[in-house]
Design a protein around this ligand. Structure first.
Ligand code: DGY
Length: 324
């Protein structure tokens, strides 16, 4: 607390407009070098702070949370995903956790569609051919990919982002299948075909898009057995969390040709991805940029600030409180 303002540690360099509001309303401890804090460094940096504004990838596991200074009352993450925070450990210490749902739905669904198209249409190979001066001109058989129009898209996790992905895919006249904890109401389902058991959906997926959060139940969900249930030549898209995919199994299927290609924006253990991906020409890979638009990153920051301001300045429940 300085000048009567609660002190907030920003674990990362956030967009300028977000940091400006953070600094105006709080005693902000910024990270202008965008240094990555490991657990002990984060605990040290949080000394004297009332709250932490963190981001995806910050390791706020049980051990780190247990070691945080007693002054910490809130963790506001600049992300919709919160698997990097041990929410139960935070609750045990009376620390409120909030996230940023809704505002990154469209940007993430856009990147999911980009991954789907990039994988289907061999964008990585085409771009590489051109930029390495290996393109010798148009040819009738060059870089023939997979047609998208009219194909079946299976969506695992039909929450906000899954539904936005379905809306985009409908514009490509794709037939939508989905699996979700519960069947959606008809106005949200919009004719998509529900599979109560996600395993039953797999044989119907020319494309499979992962839009489910990372939980103990979804960890390595896309494994060898499930990949084998996909039709030969299917394409896997993942813009949710890398841990939902068993990398060894996916890479083996991309090498064997059982899968035509994959479009991935997220990786288990990122930024250190499985070495096998680097050697695959049939993988369209992006560096976790689903929410990376100026508008979306500002909106995420403002949402994190709405949560901090409600809780620390107005003593109200944060609007996006994560429940244990
Ligand atoms: C999130 O918010 O969880 C995203 O993965 C960050 O873009």
């Amino acid at each position: 607390m300085a000048n009567g303002k609660p002190r907030v540690l920003a674990t990362r360099l956030f967009p300028p407009d977000v940091e400006a509001r953070l600094s105006a309303n709080f005693d902000a401890v910024l990270n202008p070098q965008d240094r990555i804090y490991d657990g002990p460094a984060l605990v040290k940096a949080a000394a004297g702070c009332d709250a932490i504004m963190c981001a995806a990838g910050d390791g706020l596991n049980g051990e780190t949370i247990a070691a945080l200074p007693a002054s910490i009352r809130m963790i506001a993450t600049f992300s919709v995903g919160y698997e990097h925070i041990d929410v139960a450990a935070a609750a045990k210490r009376g620390i409120a956790v909030a996230n940023t749902p809704d505002v990154l739905t469209d940007a993430t669904a856009d990147i999911a569609m980009l991954c789907l198209l990039g994988a289907a249409r061999r964008a990585h190979e085409g771009a590489t051919m051109l930029r390495t001066h290996h393109w010798i001109g148009w040819s009738p058989t060059q870089l023939m990919g997979t047609h998208v129009t009219g194909k079946r898209l299976g969506i695992l996790g039909m929450g906000r982002i899954g539904q936005a992905m379905a809306d985009r895919a409908r514009a490509f006249r794709m037939q939508i299948h989905y699996s979700n904890r519960s069947k959606l109401a008809p106005d949200l389902e919009k004719g998509a075909i529900f599979h109560a058991d996600p395993d039953d959906m797999l044989p119907h997926c020319d494309f499979l898009s992962i839009n489910a959060p990372m939980t103990p139940q979804t960890r390595k969900w896309v494994n060898a057995e499930r990949i084998a249930r996909l039709p030969k030549g299917a394409i896997v898209v993942n813009t949710a969390r890398g841990g939902v995919v068993d990398d060894d199994a996916l890479i083996a299927a991309l090498k064997s040709g059982h899968l035509a290609s994959a479009g991935l924006d997220v990786f288990d253990g990122e930024p250190k991805l499985h070495q096998g991906y680097y050697d695959l020409t049939n993988a369209f890979l992006l560096p976790h940029m689903g929410s990376a638009t100026v508008e979306t990153r500002n909106a995420m920051g403002f949402k994190a600030l709405d949560n901090l301001e409600a809780f620390l300045l107005r003593k109200q429940a944060p609007p996006d409180l994560v429940k244990v």
